[in-house]
Design a protein around this ligand. Structure first.
Ligand code: F6R
Length: 624
Protein backbone atom coordinates (compact mmCIF):
# COMPACT_ATOMS: atom_id res chain seq x y z
CA UNK A 1 0.00 0.00 0.00
CA UNK A 2 2.32 2.64 -1.27
CA UNK A 3 2.58 5.35 -3.89
CA UNK A 4 5.12 5.30 -6.69
CA UNK A 5 6.19 7.98 -9.14
CA UNK A 6 8.58 8.04 -12.07
CA UNK A 7 9.68 11.02 -14.14
CA UNK A 8 11.53 11.12 -17.45
CA UNK A 9 11.91 14.51 -19.10
CA UNK A 10 14.02 17.59 -19.48
CA UNK A 11 13.34 19.23 -16.12
CA UNK A 12 15.18 18.55 -12.88
CA UNK A 13 13.53 15.41 -11.59
CA UNK A 14 13.94 15.73 -7.79
CA UNK A 15 11.47 18.58 -7.13
CA UNK A 16 8.92 16.99 -9.45
CA UNK A 17 9.23 13.67 -7.63
CA UNK A 18 8.84 15.33 -4.25
CA UNK A 19 5.83 17.30 -5.39
CA UNK A 20 4.20 14.16 -6.82
CA UNK A 21 4.91 12.15 -3.69
CA UNK A 22 3.11 14.76 -1.62
CA UNK A 23 0.02 14.12 -3.73
CA UNK A 24 0.42 10.39 -3.22
CA UNK A 25 1.03 10.57 0.51
CA UNK A 26 -2.54 9.51 1.22
CA UNK A 27 -1.58 6.04 -0.04
CA UNK A 28 1.03 5.58 2.64
CA UNK A 29 3.23 7.81 4.72
CA UNK A 30 5.57 5.95 7.02
CA UNK A 31 8.73 6.46 4.96
CA UNK A 32 9.73 7.78 1.59
CA UNK A 33 12.57 8.01 -0.89
CA UNK A 34 13.68 9.06 -4.32
CA UNK A 35 16.45 8.01 -6.68
CA UNK A 36 17.66 10.14 -9.54
CA UNK A 37 20.24 9.53 -12.19
CA UNK A 38 22.50 12.56 -11.91
CA UNK A 39 24.32 14.36 -14.69
CA UNK A 40 27.37 12.10 -14.19
CA UNK A 41 25.07 9.12 -14.74
CA UNK A 42 25.22 7.93 -11.15
CA UNK A 43 22.21 6.84 -9.14
CA UNK A 44 21.66 9.14 -6.19
CA UNK A 45 19.28 7.88 -3.56
CA UNK A 46 17.73 9.74 -0.64
CA UNK A 47 15.47 8.01 1.86
CA UNK A 48 14.00 8.64 5.25
CA UNK A 49 11.34 7.50 7.67
CA UNK A 50 8.35 9.77 8.07
CA UNK A 51 6.52 11.89 5.58
CA UNK A 52 7.57 13.61 2.40
CA UNK A 53 8.29 16.78 4.37
CA UNK A 54 10.92 14.75 6.25
CA UNK A 55 12.38 13.54 2.98
CA UNK A 56 12.73 17.13 1.81
CA UNK A 57 14.84 17.82 4.89
CA UNK A 58 17.40 15.16 3.98
CA UNK A 59 17.54 16.18 0.34
CA UNK A 60 20.58 18.29 -0.57
CA UNK A 61 19.97 21.40 -2.62
CA UNK A 62 20.50 21.15 -6.36
CA UNK A 63 20.07 17.42 -6.82
CA UNK A 64 20.66 17.14 -10.57
CA UNK A 65 19.28 14.69 -13.12
CA UNK A 66 16.21 14.63 -15.29
CA UNK A 67 15.14 11.05 -14.73
CA UNK A 68 14.11 9.61 -11.39
CA UNK A 69 11.76 7.48 -9.33
CA UNK A 70 10.13 8.00 -5.94
CA UNK A 71 8.09 6.15 -3.37
CA UNK A 72 5.94 6.81 -0.34
CA UNK A 73 5.54 3.74 1.83
CA UNK A 74 3.01 2.07 4.08
CA UNK A 75 4.83 -0.89 5.54
CA UNK A 76 3.79 -4.43 4.70
CA UNK A 77 7.11 -6.34 4.91
CA UNK A 78 9.51 -4.94 7.46
CA UNK A 79 9.40 -2.00 9.81
CA UNK A 80 9.00 1.55 8.57
CA UNK A 81 12.69 2.52 8.60
CA UNK A 82 15.22 3.94 6.18
CA UNK A 83 16.64 0.56 5.12
CA UNK A 84 13.20 -0.73 4.24
CA UNK A 85 12.10 2.40 2.44
CA UNK A 86 12.30 2.52 -1.33
CA UNK A 87 13.95 2.84 -3.82
CA UNK A 88 15.84 -0.44 -3.44
CA UNK A 89 19.11 -0.82 -5.25
CA UNK A 90 21.18 -3.62 -6.70
CA UNK A 91 24.35 -2.43 -8.43
CA UNK A 92 23.29 -0.02 -11.13
CA UNK A 93 19.57 -0.77 -10.73
CA UNK A 94 17.00 1.09 -8.63
CA UNK A 95 13.41 -0.02 -8.13
CA UNK A 96 10.25 1.35 -6.50
CA UNK A 97 7.35 -1.01 -5.94
CA UNK A 98 3.77 -0.96 -4.74
CA UNK A 99 2.24 -4.36 -3.97
CA UNK A 100 3.34 -7.62 -2.40
CA UNK A 101 5.68 -10.25 -3.82
CA UNK A 102 4.25 -13.42 -2.34
CA UNK A 103 7.15 -15.74 -3.25
CA UNK A 104 9.87 -13.32 -2.18
CA UNK A 105 11.34 -15.59 0.50
CA UNK A 106 11.89 -18.37 -2.00
CA UNK A 107 13.54 -15.97 -4.47
CA UNK A 108 15.55 -14.35 -1.71
CA UNK A 109 17.09 -17.67 -0.67
CA UNK A 110 18.23 -18.38 -4.22
CA UNK A 111 19.66 -14.89 -4.60
CA UNK A 112 21.54 -15.20 -1.31
CA UNK A 113 23.03 -18.47 -2.59
CA UNK A 114 24.22 -16.52 -5.65
CA UNK A 115 25.97 -14.03 -3.41
CA UNK A 116 23.47 -11.22 -3.18
CA UNK A 117 23.44 -9.35 0.09
CA UNK A 118 20.13 -8.00 1.34
CA UNK A 119 20.02 -4.74 3.18
CA UNK A 120 16.32 -4.62 3.95
CA UNK A 121 13.53 -6.90 5.15
CA UNK A 122 11.34 -5.99 2.21
CA UNK A 123 9.90 -8.13 -0.54
CA UNK A 124 10.83 -5.37 -2.99
CA UNK A 125 14.56 -5.80 -2.63
CA UNK A 126 14.27 -9.21 -4.32
CA UNK A 127 13.01 -7.44 -7.44
CA UNK A 128 16.12 -5.27 -7.57
CA UNK A 129 18.54 -8.18 -7.10
CA UNK A 130 16.59 -10.49 -9.38
CA UNK A 131 16.72 -7.87 -12.09
CA UNK A 132 20.43 -7.51 -11.55
CA UNK A 133 20.89 -11.28 -11.85
CA UNK A 134 18.97 -11.26 -15.14
CA UNK A 135 20.97 -8.34 -16.47
CA UNK A 136 24.48 -9.54 -15.72
CA UNK A 137 26.05 -12.86 -16.55
CA UNK A 138 28.58 -12.92 -13.73
CA UNK A 139 26.77 -13.04 -10.45
CA UNK A 140 29.81 -13.59 -8.31
CA UNK A 141 31.11 -10.59 -6.49
CA UNK A 142 27.73 -8.89 -6.48
CA UNK A 143 28.03 -8.40 -2.75
CA UNK A 144 29.74 -5.16 -3.47
CA UNK A 145 26.89 -4.30 -5.81
CA UNK A 146 29.51 -3.28 -8.28
CA UNK A 147 28.30 -4.17 -11.74
CA UNK A 148 31.08 -2.27 -13.46
CA UNK A 149 33.23 -5.39 -13.87
CA UNK A 150 30.36 -7.57 -15.02
CA UNK A 151 29.20 -8.10 -18.54
CA UNK A 152 25.62 -7.49 -19.52
CA UNK A 153 23.82 -10.45 -20.98
CA UNK A 154 20.72 -8.59 -22.13
CA UNK A 155 19.09 -5.19 -22.12
CA UNK A 156 17.04 -3.84 -19.21
CA UNK A 157 13.73 -4.61 -20.91
CA UNK A 158 14.61 -8.28 -21.32
CA UNK A 159 15.82 -8.41 -17.72
CA UNK A 160 12.53 -6.93 -16.52
CA UNK A 161 10.55 -9.46 -18.55
CA UNK A 162 12.55 -12.34 -17.06
CA UNK A 163 12.17 -10.93 -13.57
CA UNK A 164 8.42 -10.48 -13.81
CA UNK A 165 7.98 -14.06 -14.97
CA UNK A 166 9.47 -15.21 -11.67
CA UNK A 167 7.33 -12.99 -9.44
CA UNK A 168 4.10 -14.09 -7.79
CA UNK A 169 1.88 -11.49 -6.19
CA UNK A 170 1.07 -7.92 -7.04
CA UNK A 171 3.23 -5.08 -8.26
CA UNK A 172 3.42 -1.71 -9.86
CA UNK A 173 7.10 -0.97 -10.39
CA UNK A 174 9.34 1.68 -11.89
CA UNK A 175 12.95 0.77 -12.67
CA UNK A 176 16.05 2.83 -13.41
CA UNK A 177 19.42 1.49 -14.54
CA UNK A 178 22.47 3.69 -14.81
CA UNK A 179 23.88 1.62 -17.67
CA UNK A 180 20.78 2.51 -19.73
CA UNK A 181 20.56 6.08 -18.56
CA UNK A 182 17.84 7.34 -20.89
CA UNK A 183 15.35 4.57 -20.08
CA UNK A 184 12.79 3.92 -17.37
CA UNK A 185 10.77 0.72 -17.29
CA UNK A 186 7.44 0.38 -15.57
CA UNK A 187 5.15 -2.63 -15.13
CA UNK A 188 2.01 -3.65 -13.33
CA UNK A 189 0.07 -6.61 -12.06
CA UNK A 190 -2.79 -6.15 -9.61
CA UNK A 191 -1.57 -2.73 -8.40
CA UNK A 192 -2.57 0.58 -9.92
CA UNK A 193 -0.27 2.30 -12.41
CA UNK A 194 -1.03 5.19 -14.72
CA UNK A 195 1.17 7.09 -17.17
CA UNK A 196 0.96 10.83 -17.78
CA UNK A 197 1.97 12.07 -21.20
CA UNK A 198 3.37 15.59 -20.95
CA UNK A 199 5.12 17.82 -23.41
CA UNK A 200 8.43 16.01 -23.91
CA UNK A 201 8.09 14.40 -20.49
CA UNK A 202 6.50 11.25 -19.12
CA UNK A 203 5.22 10.51 -15.65
CA UNK A 204 4.29 7.14 -14.20
CA UNK A 205 2.41 6.98 -10.91
CA UNK A 206 0.01 5.05 -8.72
CA UNK A 207 -2.60 7.74 -9.22
CA UNK A 208 -3.21 10.63 -11.61
CA UNK A 209 -3.22 13.22 -8.82
CA UNK A 210 0.57 12.73 -8.66
CA UNK A 211 1.09 14.51 -11.98
CA UNK A 212 -2.20 16.20 -12.73
CA UNK A 213 -0.66 19.64 -12.47
CA UNK A 214 1.71 18.74 -15.31
CA UNK A 215 -0.56 16.86 -17.65
CA UNK A 216 -4.12 15.61 -17.98
CA UNK A 217 -3.33 13.12 -20.78
CA UNK A 218 -3.09 9.67 -19.30
CA UNK A 219 -2.70 6.04 -20.26
CA UNK A 220 -3.93 3.41 -17.79
CA UNK A 221 -1.51 0.51 -17.60
CA UNK A 222 -3.23 -2.86 -17.48
CA UNK A 223 -2.13 -6.03 -15.74
CA UNK A 224 0.92 -7.79 -17.22
CA UNK A 225 1.92 -4.78 -19.28
CA UNK A 226 5.36 -3.25 -19.35
CA UNK A 227 6.06 0.34 -20.37
CA UNK A 228 9.33 1.49 -21.88
CA UNK A 229 9.78 5.21 -21.31
CA UNK A 230 12.44 7.00 -23.34
CA UNK A 231 12.90 10.48 -24.77
CA UNK A 232 9.42 11.85 -24.06
CA UNK A 233 7.72 8.71 -25.35
CA UNK A 234 6.29 5.57 -23.85
CA UNK A 235 5.73 2.24 -25.58
CA UNK A 236 3.86 -0.69 -24.06
CA UNK A 237 4.55 -4.40 -24.32
CA UNK A 238 3.11 -7.57 -22.89
CA UNK A 239 5.36 -9.84 -20.86
CA UNK A 240 6.38 -11.73 -24.03
CA UNK A 241 7.56 -8.53 -25.65
CA UNK A 242 4.64 -8.05 -28.06
CA UNK A 243 3.76 -4.43 -28.60
CA UNK A 244 0.47 -3.28 -27.06
CA UNK A 245 -1.37 -0.26 -28.46
CA UNK A 246 -2.89 1.83 -25.67
CA UNK A 247 -5.47 4.57 -25.64
CA UNK A 248 -4.74 8.00 -24.19
CA UNK A 249 -7.53 9.47 -22.06
CA UNK A 250 -7.94 13.08 -20.98
CA UNK A 251 -8.68 13.56 -17.30
CA UNK A 252 -11.27 16.19 -16.56
CA UNK A 253 -10.38 16.76 -12.91
CA UNK A 254 -8.26 19.86 -12.57
CA UNK A 255 -5.64 20.17 -9.91
CA UNK A 256 -7.80 22.60 -7.93
CA UNK A 257 -10.26 19.78 -7.40
CA UNK A 258 -7.55 17.76 -5.75
CA UNK A 259 -6.33 20.42 -3.38
CA UNK A 260 -7.75 21.72 -0.13
CA UNK A 261 -9.40 24.88 -1.41
CA UNK A 262 -8.82 26.76 1.81
CA UNK A 263 -10.17 24.16 4.25
CA UNK A 264 -8.02 23.09 7.16
CA UNK A 265 -8.27 19.48 6.11
CA UNK A 266 -9.17 17.54 3.00
CA UNK A 267 -11.78 15.76 5.06
CA UNK A 268 -13.59 18.99 5.92
CA UNK A 269 -13.36 20.12 2.32
CA UNK A 270 -14.76 16.82 1.15
CA UNK A 271 -17.60 16.92 3.70
CA UNK A 272 -18.50 20.36 2.31
CA UNK A 273 -18.25 19.21 -1.27
CA UNK A 274 -21.15 16.87 -0.67
CA UNK A 275 -23.59 19.71 -1.26
CA UNK A 276 -22.54 19.50 -4.90
CA UNK A 277 -21.01 16.06 -5.27
CA UNK A 278 -24.31 14.27 -4.56
CA UNK A 279 -25.83 16.33 -7.34
CA UNK A 280 -23.07 15.23 -9.72
CA UNK A 281 -23.87 11.63 -8.83
CA UNK A 282 -27.47 11.80 -9.96
CA UNK A 283 -27.18 14.60 -12.55
CA UNK A 284 -28.65 13.58 -15.89
CA UNK A 285 -29.80 10.22 -14.58
CA UNK A 286 -33.12 10.90 -12.93
CA UNK A 287 -36.42 12.23 -14.18
CA UNK A 288 -38.73 13.25 -11.37
CA UNK A 289 -41.41 14.06 -13.95
CA UNK A 290 -41.97 10.44 -14.91
CA UNK A 291 -40.29 8.79 -11.92
CA UNK A 292 -37.57 7.02 -13.90
CA UNK A 293 -33.86 6.53 -13.52
CA UNK A 294 -31.63 6.17 -16.55
CA UNK A 295 -28.74 3.80 -15.96
CA UNK A 296 -27.97 2.78 -19.54
CA UNK A 297 -24.35 2.10 -18.66
CA UNK A 298 -25.53 -0.91 -16.65
CA UNK A 299 -26.13 -2.84 -19.86
CA UNK A 300 -28.77 -4.91 -18.09
CA UNK A 301 -31.96 -5.59 -20.00
CA UNK A 302 -35.35 -5.26 -18.27
CA UNK A 303 -35.68 -8.99 -18.76
CA UNK A 304 -32.45 -9.63 -16.85
CA UNK A 305 -33.53 -7.27 -14.06
CA UNK A 306 -36.90 -9.00 -13.74
CA UNK A 307 -35.27 -12.40 -13.48
CA UNK A 308 -32.83 -11.49 -10.71
CA UNK A 309 -33.19 -13.81 -7.75
CA UNK A 310 -30.56 -12.31 -5.50
CA UNK A 311 -28.01 -9.54 -5.24
CA UNK A 312 -24.60 -10.15 -3.74
CA UNK A 313 -22.91 -6.96 -2.56
CA UNK A 314 -19.16 -7.12 -1.98
CA UNK A 315 -17.31 -4.25 -0.33
CA UNK A 316 -15.03 -3.28 2.56
CA UNK A 317 -15.20 -0.66 5.32
CA UNK A 318 -17.30 2.38 4.57
CA UNK A 319 -18.29 0.93 1.21
CA UNK A 320 -19.62 -2.12 3.05
CA UNK A 321 -21.76 0.16 5.24
CA UNK A 322 -23.16 1.70 2.07
CA UNK A 323 -23.83 -1.82 0.81
CA UNK A 324 -25.83 -2.66 3.92
CA UNK A 325 -28.09 0.29 3.27
CA UNK A 326 -28.36 -0.97 -0.31
CA UNK A 327 -29.62 -4.30 1.01
CA UNK A 328 -32.55 -2.59 2.73
CA UNK A 329 -33.28 -0.52 -0.38
CA UNK A 330 -33.27 -3.48 -2.75
CA UNK A 331 -35.68 -5.28 -0.42
CA UNK A 332 -38.05 -2.37 0.07
CA UNK A 333 -38.02 -0.84 -3.40
CA UNK A 334 -37.36 -3.80 -5.66
CA UNK A 335 -38.27 -6.91 -3.67
CA UNK A 336 -34.86 -8.49 -4.20
CA UNK A 337 -33.06 -10.38 -1.47
CA UNK A 338 -29.53 -9.09 -0.99
CA UNK A 339 -26.52 -10.40 0.88
CA UNK A 340 -23.73 -8.04 1.84
CA UNK A 341 -20.29 -9.54 2.33
CA UNK A 342 -16.93 -8.04 3.04
CA UNK A 343 -14.41 -8.89 0.34
CA UNK A 344 -12.16 -10.66 2.82
CA UNK A 345 -14.95 -12.97 4.02
CA UNK A 346 -16.58 -13.64 0.67
CA UNK A 347 -13.38 -14.82 -0.97
CA UNK A 348 -12.85 -17.58 1.58
CA UNK A 349 -16.48 -18.22 2.48
CA UNK A 350 -17.68 -20.93 0.06
CA UNK A 351 -20.51 -18.73 -1.23
CA UNK A 352 -23.66 -20.23 -2.71
CA UNK A 353 -24.12 -18.49 -6.03
CA UNK A 354 -26.98 -20.33 -7.68
CA UNK A 355 -29.86 -18.66 -9.47
CA UNK A 356 -29.75 -15.33 -11.26
CA UNK A 357 -27.34 -13.53 -8.94
CA UNK A 358 -26.09 -10.02 -9.66
CA UNK A 359 -22.85 -9.17 -7.88
CA UNK A 360 -22.36 -5.51 -7.03
CA UNK A 361 -18.88 -4.45 -5.96
CA UNK A 362 -18.81 -1.15 -4.11
CA UNK A 363 -15.39 0.45 -3.89
CA UNK A 364 -14.41 4.09 -3.83
CA UNK A 365 -10.89 3.45 -5.07
CA UNK A 366 -11.63 0.52 -7.33
CA UNK A 367 -8.36 -0.92 -6.05
CA UNK A 368 -9.20 -2.64 -2.76
CA UNK A 369 -7.45 -6.01 -3.01
CA UNK A 370 -10.03 -7.99 -1.03
CA UNK A 371 -12.92 -6.55 -3.04
CA UNK A 372 -11.16 -7.26 -6.32
CA UNK A 373 -10.34 -10.83 -5.34
CA UNK A 374 -13.88 -11.47 -4.09
CA UNK A 375 -15.37 -10.13 -7.32
CA UNK A 376 -13.08 -12.35 -9.37
CA UNK A 377 -14.30 -15.25 -7.28
CA UNK A 378 -17.96 -14.25 -7.72
CA UNK A 379 -17.45 -13.98 -11.47
CA UNK A 380 -15.97 -17.44 -11.57
CA UNK A 381 -19.46 -18.73 -10.69
CA UNK A 382 -20.65 -17.25 -13.95
CA UNK A 383 -22.74 -14.45 -12.50
CA UNK A 384 -22.88 -10.94 -13.85
CA UNK A 385 -20.92 -8.37 -11.85
CA UNK A 386 -21.18 -4.60 -11.79
CA UNK A 387 -19.13 -2.03 -9.88
CA UNK A 388 -20.01 1.18 -8.10
CA UNK A 389 -16.76 3.11 -7.97
CA UNK A 390 -15.37 6.61 -7.88
CA UNK A 391 -12.16 6.15 -9.81
CA UNK A 392 -12.30 6.10 -13.56
CA UNK A 393 -9.92 3.57 -15.04
CA UNK A 394 -9.31 1.84 -11.71
CA UNK A 395 -8.65 -1.89 -11.72
CA UNK A 396 -12.22 -2.88 -10.91
CA UNK A 397 -13.51 -1.01 -13.94
CA UNK A 398 -11.44 -3.20 -16.19
CA UNK A 399 -12.56 -6.47 -14.69
CA UNK A 400 -16.27 -5.95 -14.37
CA UNK A 401 -19.22 -6.28 -16.75
CA UNK A 402 -20.41 -2.70 -16.23
CA UNK A 403 -19.61 0.29 -14.07
CA UNK A 404 -21.67 2.94 -12.30
CA UNK A 405 -19.36 5.85 -11.49
CA UNK A 406 -20.20 7.78 -8.36
CA UNK A 407 -18.65 10.98 -9.78
CA UNK A 408 -17.72 12.33 -6.34
CA UNK A 409 -14.33 13.60 -7.58
CA UNK A 410 -10.98 12.75 -6.01
CA UNK A 411 -11.15 11.97 -2.32
CA UNK A 412 -7.86 12.62 -0.58
CA UNK A 413 -8.83 12.40 3.12
CA UNK A 414 -8.29 8.83 4.25
CA UNK A 415 -11.71 8.77 5.91
CA UNK A 416 -14.34 8.31 3.22
CA UNK A 417 -17.03 11.01 3.25
CA UNK A 418 -18.26 12.28 -0.10
CA UNK A 419 -17.61 8.92 -1.70
CA UNK A 420 -19.95 7.33 0.87
CA UNK A 421 -22.88 9.66 0.16
CA UNK A 422 -22.24 9.22 -3.57
CA UNK A 423 -22.39 5.45 -3.12
CA UNK A 424 -25.66 5.82 -1.23
CA UNK A 425 -27.17 7.98 -3.99
CA UNK A 426 -26.08 5.43 -6.59
CA UNK A 427 -27.71 2.64 -4.59
CA UNK A 428 -30.95 4.63 -4.29
CA UNK A 429 -30.97 5.10 -8.06
CA UNK A 430 -30.19 1.47 -8.72
CA UNK A 431 -32.85 0.16 -6.32
CA UNK A 432 -35.41 2.55 -7.71
CA UNK A 433 -34.59 1.54 -11.27
CA UNK A 434 -34.87 -2.15 -10.40
CA UNK A 435 -38.10 -1.47 -8.49
CA UNK A 436 -39.66 0.30 -11.46
CA UNK A 437 -38.62 -2.39 -13.93
CA UNK A 438 -39.91 -5.13 -11.61
CA UNK A 439 -43.17 -3.26 -11.02
CA UNK A 440 -42.58 -3.04 -7.26
CA UNK A 441 -42.80 0.72 -6.92
CA UNK A 442 -45.41 2.94 -8.51
CA UNK A 443 -44.58 5.87 -10.76
CA UNK A 444 -46.10 8.17 -8.14
CA UNK A 445 -43.96 6.89 -5.27
CA UNK A 446 -40.93 6.96 -7.49
CA UNK A 447 -41.60 10.59 -8.49
CA UNK A 448 -41.90 11.61 -4.83
CA UNK A 449 -38.64 9.94 -3.98
CA UNK A 450 -36.85 11.58 -6.91
CA UNK A 451 -38.21 15.03 -6.06
CA UNK A 452 -36.83 14.58 -2.53
CA UNK A 453 -33.54 13.27 -3.95
CA UNK A 454 -33.18 16.46 -5.99
CA UNK A 455 -33.45 18.40 -2.73
CA UNK A 456 -30.68 16.50 -1.00
CA UNK A 457 -27.87 18.90 -2.08
CA UNK A 458 -29.79 21.84 -0.58
CA UNK A 459 -30.59 19.82 2.54
CA UNK A 460 -26.90 19.00 2.99
CA UNK A 461 -26.06 22.67 2.59
CA UNK A 462 -28.48 23.49 5.42
CA UNK A 463 -26.64 21.05 7.70
CA UNK A 464 -23.31 22.58 6.73
CA UNK A 465 -24.62 26.07 7.47
CA UNK A 466 -25.31 25.01 11.05
CA UNK A 467 -22.19 22.94 11.60
CA UNK A 468 -21.19 25.06 14.63
CA UNK A 469 -23.90 23.26 16.65
CA UNK A 470 -22.28 19.93 15.79
CA UNK A 471 -18.85 21.33 16.64
CA UNK A 472 -20.12 22.42 20.05
CA UNK A 473 -21.49 18.94 20.72
CA UNK A 474 -18.21 17.34 19.57
CA UNK A 475 -16.25 19.54 21.98
CA UNK A 476 -18.53 18.59 24.85
CA UNK A 477 -17.80 14.86 24.47
CA UNK A 478 -14.30 14.92 22.97
CA UNK A 479 -12.74 13.44 26.08
CA UNK A 480 -15.00 10.41 26.21
CA UNK A 481 -13.24 7.09 26.03
CA UNK A 482 -16.18 5.26 24.41
CA UNK A 483 -19.03 6.19 22.13
CA UNK A 484 -22.01 4.17 20.97
CA UNK A 485 -24.06 4.70 17.82
CA UNK A 486 -27.46 3.11 17.42
CA UNK A 487 -30.02 3.03 14.65
CA UNK A 488 -32.69 0.81 13.19
CA UNK A 489 -33.40 -0.30 9.62
CA UNK A 490 -31.88 2.27 7.21
CA UNK A 491 -30.33 4.11 10.13
CA UNK A 492 -28.45 1.03 11.29
CA UNK A 493 -25.79 1.23 8.52
CA UNK A 494 -25.52 4.94 9.30
CA UNK A 495 -24.85 4.08 12.96
CA UNK A 496 -22.09 1.71 11.82
CA UNK A 497 -20.62 4.37 9.57
CA UNK A 498 -20.83 7.02 12.31
CA UNK A 499 -18.88 4.74 14.66
CA UNK A 500 -16.32 3.90 11.97
CA UNK A 501 -15.72 7.58 11.18
CA UNK A 502 -15.26 8.48 14.82
CA UNK A 503 -12.88 5.66 15.65
CA UNK A 504 -10.70 6.04 12.58
CA UNK A 505 -9.99 9.75 12.91
CA UNK A 506 -10.43 10.55 16.63
CA UNK A 507 -9.16 7.19 18.01
CA UNK A 508 -12.09 7.04 20.43
CA UNK A 509 -13.42 3.54 20.86
CA UNK A 510 -16.80 3.54 19.12
CA UNK A 511 -19.36 0.83 18.41
CA UNK A 512 -22.29 0.88 16.05
CA UNK A 513 -25.30 -1.30 16.87
CA UNK A 514 -28.70 -2.15 15.57
CA UNK A 515 -30.60 -0.44 18.38
CA UNK A 516 -32.67 -3.54 19.17
CA UNK A 517 -29.48 -5.48 19.86
CA UNK A 518 -28.39 -3.34 22.80
CA UNK A 519 -30.21 -5.42 25.35
CA UNK A 520 -28.51 -8.57 24.06
CA UNK A 521 -25.17 -7.62 25.53
CA UNK A 522 -23.83 -4.14 24.81
CA UNK A 523 -25.98 -2.50 27.50
CA UNK A 524 -23.52 -3.96 30.00
CA UNK A 525 -20.92 -1.54 28.69
CA UNK A 526 -22.93 1.59 29.33
CA UNK A 527 -21.72 3.52 32.28
CA UNK A 528 -22.49 6.94 33.59
CA UNK A 529 -22.10 9.59 30.88
CA UNK A 530 -21.15 7.32 27.98
CA UNK A 531 -22.32 9.20 24.88
CA UNK A 532 -24.83 7.25 22.80
CA UNK A 533 -25.69 8.70 19.41
CA UNK A 534 -29.18 7.62 18.40
CA UNK A 535 -30.19 8.16 14.80
CA UNK A 536 -33.84 8.87 15.33
CA UNK A 537 -35.27 10.39 12.18
CA UNK A 538 -38.94 9.65 11.48
CA UNK A 539 -39.88 6.34 9.90
CA UNK A 540 -41.58 3.09 10.78
CA UNK A 541 -39.07 2.33 13.54
CA UNK A 542 -39.22 5.76 15.21
CA UNK A 543 -41.20 4.57 18.25
CA UNK A 544 -38.83 1.64 18.65
CA UNK A 545 -35.76 3.83 18.73
CA UNK A 546 -37.46 6.07 21.28
CA UNK A 547 -37.79 3.00 23.51
CA UNK A 548 -34.11 2.23 23.00
CA UNK A 549 -33.24 5.80 23.93
CA UNK A 550 -35.20 5.42 27.17
CA UNK A 551 -33.39 2.14 27.81
CA UNK A 552 -29.97 3.77 27.61
CA UNK A 553 -31.03 6.88 29.50
CA UNK A 554 -32.07 4.60 32.34
CA UNK A 555 -28.40 3.51 32.50
CA UNK A 556 -27.26 7.13 32.87
CA UNK A 557 -25.83 7.33 29.38
CA UNK A 558 -25.83 10.69 27.62
CA UNK A 559 -27.95 10.58 24.48
CA UNK A 560 -27.21 12.66 21.40
CA UNK A 561 -30.07 12.26 18.95
CA UNK A 562 -29.92 12.90 15.24
CA UNK A 563 -33.50 13.91 14.50
CA UNK A 564 -35.71 15.74 12.01
CA UNK A 565 -35.80 19.50 12.35
CA UNK A 566 -39.54 19.48 13.16
CA UNK A 567 -39.44 16.70 15.75
CA UNK A 568 -40.32 18.35 19.05
CA UNK A 569 -40.99 15.14 20.94
CA UNK A 570 -37.43 13.85 20.92
CA UNK A 571 -36.16 16.72 23.06
CA UNK A 572 -37.99 15.28 26.04
CA UNK A 573 -35.81 12.18 26.13
CA UNK A 574 -32.32 13.16 25.06
CA UNK A 575 -29.50 15.46 26.11
CA UNK A 576 -28.53 16.94 22.77
CA UNK A 577 -30.38 17.04 19.45
CA UNK A 578 -28.55 17.42 16.14
CA UNK A 579 -31.08 18.34 13.48
CA UNK A 580 -31.44 17.31 9.85
CA UNK A 581 -33.89 18.94 7.41
CA UNK A 582 -37.10 16.94 7.04
CA UNK A 583 -36.74 14.79 3.92
CA UNK A 584 -38.31 11.67 2.45
CA UNK A 585 -38.11 8.93 5.15
CA UNK A 586 -35.97 6.81 2.86
CA UNK A 587 -33.47 9.58 2.22
CA UNK A 588 -32.83 10.97 5.70
CA UNK A 589 -29.92 8.50 6.26
CA UNK A 590 -27.90 10.48 3.72
CA UNK A 591 -28.41 13.62 5.79
CA UNK A 592 -27.72 11.90 9.10
CA UNK A 593 -24.45 10.56 7.74
CA UNK A 594 -23.26 14.12 7.01
CA UNK A 595 -24.03 15.09 10.62
CA UNK A 596 -22.01 12.14 11.89
CA UNK A 597 -19.09 12.95 9.59
CA UNK A 598 -18.97 16.45 11.09
CA UNK A 599 -19.25 15.04 14.62
CA UNK A 600 -16.25 12.78 13.96
CA UNK A 601 -14.32 15.57 12.27
CA UNK A 602 -14.76 18.10 15.06
CA UNK A 603 -14.08 15.50 17.75
CA UNK A 604 -10.79 14.62 16.04
CA UNK A 605 -9.99 18.31 15.62
CA UNK A 606 -10.59 18.92 19.32
CA UNK A 607 -8.30 16.00 20.18
CA UNK A 608 -5.56 17.26 17.84
CA UNK A 609 -5.54 14.13 15.70
CA UNK A 610 -4.01 13.72 12.27
CA UNK A 611 -7.33 13.95 10.50
CA UNK A 612 -6.44 13.43 6.86
CA UNK A 613 -3.91 10.73 7.61
CA UNK A 614 -5.01 8.74 10.63
CA UNK A 615 -2.44 6.47 12.19
CA UNK A 616 -2.10 2.94 10.75
CA UNK A 617 -4.56 3.65 7.93
CA UNK A 618 -4.15 4.31 4.26
CA UNK A 619 -6.61 5.46 1.64
CA UNK A 620 -6.38 2.58 -0.68
CA UNK A 621 -5.85 -0.94 0.63
CA UNK A 622 -4.23 -2.65 -2.33
CA UNK A 623 -2.91 -5.62 -0.35
CA UNK A 624 -4.83 -8.47 1.23
C1 F6R B 1 -13.18 4.41 5.94
C2 F6R B 1 -12.59 4.01 4.67
C3 F6R B 1 -12.34 2.56 4.43
C4 F6R B 1 -12.71 2.21 2.98
C5 F6R B 1 -12.31 0.76 2.67
C6 F6R B 1 -12.73 0.35 1.29
O1 F6R B 1 -13.34 5.78 6.00
O2 F6R B 1 -12.31 4.81 3.84
O3 F6R B 1 -13.06 1.76 5.33
O4 F6R B 1 -14.08 2.38 2.82
O5 F6R B 1 -10.93 0.62 2.80
O6 F6R B 1 -12.16 1.16 0.33
P1 F6R B 1 -12.76 1.24 -1.14
O7 F6R B 1 -14.11 1.84 -1.04
O8 F6R B 1 -11.79 2.11 -1.88
O9 F6R B 1 -12.81 -0.15 -1.66
Amino acid sequence: MCGIIGYVGKKTAAPILIDSLKKLEYRGYDSAGICVLNDSLQLQTYKTTGKIADLELVLPRNVGGTIGIGHTRWATHGQPNTENSHPHLSGDIAVVHNGIIENYLEIKEKLIECGYVFKSETDTEVIAHLLHSHLYSNNSGVNSCNSGSQSKKCDLMTAVQGTLRALEGSYAIAVLCSSEPDVMIIARKDSPLVVGIGNGEIFAASDVTAFLKNTTNVVYVDDNEIGLIRGGNVEFFDTDGNKVIKETTTIEWDIEAAEKAGYEHFMLKEIHEQASSVYDTFAGKISELDGTVNLDELNLSDEQIRHLTRIEIIACGTSWNAGLLGKYLFAQLADIHTDVDTGSEFRYGYPVMCGEVLTIAITQSGETADTLAAVRSAKSYGCRAIAITNVVGSTITREIDSVLYTRAGPEIGVAATKSFTAQLITLYMLALHFGRVRGKISAEDSKNLLVALKNIPADIQKILNKKSIIQKCARQFANSSDYFFIGRHLNYPIALEGALKLKEISYIHAEGYAAGELKHGPLALLINKTPVVAIATKGHTYDKILSNIKEVKARDAVVIAVADEDDTEIEKYVDVVLRVPRSHVLLSPILSSVVLQLLAYYTALERGCSIDKPRNLAKSVTVE
